[in-house]
Ligand binder design. Structure first.
Ligand code: NDP
Length: 492
């Protein structure tokens, strides 16, 4: 076993995989190996679930006072803050994103832990005025063992979105990061250990979705599964979860419309269109990957958009001045480049970008030029499918009604935005958008305080805010008789 092997954390102990298997972890900026991680499997997942179940019941975690859970989460946030530069670098190293994006993620992660630490001790539940002498109250209780599975696009932030609300609500967790981006999760679990979470309350299992993820989704002792990732994987998880009818929350894909009207602030709309499409190299579920531009603005807008897209500085995430990093893996890069070929074959016009970047600072890494397609028809695969890379497809519309119809012409319903200087029109359009996260004259801001999740095939349930907390609770009504005497229902 390598000295510096990235291990799993099960029942308060750092452990290698039962099989002894390992996986090489790659830096997407160079293609070089940067770490070796334990490659867990079904046996490790089963052991982690048993540890989480025992910590919840025998260990008494479910009865731990909210103030104690809050204290541990605040401590974790403080520890993370004391190492935030290191975490940002690790995130860039493993995921490839520019350092400034990783720094943002780390700050948001810290804030997420603090938000849920605070929420743990705030009032929950309800009381009802029912007929005398009865008293009815509703309390919220933890669900039990939560299996949590995340993707590779926000390895640290997605971990916080899963772990913080689940722990604040009093659950125990078995957490699985994406197999290719485990580094920041391993470090984060080191922090949870140092913060003092009791053994078995937080468990980390590394490994593949098909083994570890599937085991968690199907396990009878997992009471809830929370997943972020692709819609097809979400479907598999939902099917696997039917065995014990576990609670599920799914945050899936999107093909999100960004609607620009002719009366929008021109330069703001152009820059947000870039940010919507290319932040994190477009590997964002909420990316504004479908740009809908009002016909009368189209020529001027596209000319400026292409000019600015071609000026985006692609490079290693750790290099000064990098505005867009590599894609996360060679396999994913090839998938995205494959979509560029599909777009061309479908008859769309590639206005710029779309090629792999090689040589010099790109040598060995998984880089591509950001791409823009025009002349896109609604039936094209590049318009309908989530590409999850820096490929923007542009369509035009004639009026408000057509913009709304085009925006909603998708199986997804995660996010969407509208740019216009007409406030009433902005409200009208947003109210008609079938999506869970919407923006007016901005794109991408996310708040720990506000719910995150989608309509239609973009998911089930919500993360973040009080909505996200409630997803990790069961609801119990307690009815109390305040005047105890026989009911008198039976005659003898
Ligand atoms: P996946 O949905 O395959 O992966 C997300 C997580 O689910 C990973 O931890 C993965 O494990 C795990 N997983 C995979 N298969 C199963 C399974 N059968 N049961 C349980 N867990 C499983 O995303 P990919 O990384 O493969 O990306 C595929 C596409 O999904 C992307 O191109 C994009 O379109 C979309 N996507 C959407 C995201 C979003 O935020 N909405 C995020 C990431 C991807 P592992 O990878 O370790 O094997």
């Amino acid at each position: 076993m390598a000295e510096n092997l990235l291990k799993m954390f099960i029942h308060g102990e750092w452990t290698e995989a039962a099989s002894g298997e390992t996986r090489n972890i790659v830096n997407p900026a160079s293609g070089q190996f940067i770490a070796v991680a334990a490659e867990g499997g079904e046996e490790d997942a089963n052991r982690a679930v048993a540890a989480a179940k025992s910590a919840f019941y025998q260990g008494g975690w479910w009865g731990t006072p909210a103030a104690e859970r809050a204290r541990l989460l605040f401590k974790a946030a403080d520890l993370l803050e004391s190492r935030k530069e290191e975490f940002a670098r690790l995130e860039t190293l493993n995921n490839g994103k520019p350092l400034r994006e990783a720094e943002f993620d780390v700050n948001d992660t810290i804030a997420c832990f603090r938000y849920y630490a605070g929420l743990a001790t705030k009032p929950h539940g309800q009381s009802y005025e029912v007929s005398d002498p009865m008293q009815a109250v509703v309390v919220r209780e933890p669900i039990g063992v939560c299996g949590q599975i995340i993707p590779w696009n926000y390895p640290l932030l997605m971990a916080a979105w899963k772990l913080a609300p689940a722990l604040a609500a009093g659950n125990t967790v078995v957490f699985k990061p994406a197999e290719i981006t485990p580094i920041s999760a391993v470090e984060l679990f080191g922090i949870l250990e140092e913060a003092g979470f009791p053994p078995g309350v937080v468990n980390l299992v590394l490994g593949a979705g098909a083994s570890v993820g599937q085991t968690l989704a199907a396990h009878d002792d997992v009471d809830k599964i929370a997943f972020t990732g692709g819609t097809d994987t979400g479907r598999k998880i939902m099917q696997a979860a039917t065995g014990n009818l576990k609670k599920i929350s799914l945050e899936l894909g999107g093909k999100n419309p960004n609607i620009v009207f002719a009366d929008a602030d021109f330069e703001a709309a152009v820059e947000y269109a870039l940010f919507a499409a290319y932040a994190n190299s477009g590997q964002v579920c909420a990316a504004g990957s479908r740009l809908l531009v009002e016909e009368s603005l189209y020529d001027r807008f596209i000319a400026r958009l292409v000019e600015r897209t071609m000026a985006i500085k692609v490079g290693p995430g750790l290099a000064d001045g990098t505005e867009m990093g590599p894609l996360v893996s060679e396999a994913h890069l090839n998938k995205v480049l494959g979509y560029v070929e599909i777009g061309k074959a479908e008859g769309a016009t590639l206005l710029c970008g779309g090629s792999r970047l090689t040589g010099g600072e790109y040598e060995g890494g998984f880089y591509m030029e950001p791409a823009i397609f025009t002349d896109c028809e609604p039936s094209m695969r590049i318009v309908r499918e989530e590409i999850f890379g820096p490929v923007l497809v542009v369509q035009t519309f004639k009026n408000e009604e057509e913009a709304i119809a085009m925006a909603n012409d998708t199986i997804y319903g995660l996010a969407g935005a509208v740019f216009t200087s007409n406030g009433a029109k902005a409200q009208r359009v947003i109210r008609k958008l079938r999506a869970g996260i919407t923006w007016i004259n901005t794109y991408h801001p996310t708040y720990n305080e506000a719910p995150w999740g989608g309509y239609k095939q973009s998911g089930i349930g919500r993360e973040l805010g009080t909505f996200g907390f409630e997803e990790y609770t069961e609801v119990k009504q307690i009815n109390t008789n305040l005047a105890v005497e026989p009911l008198g229902w039976y005659s003898s």
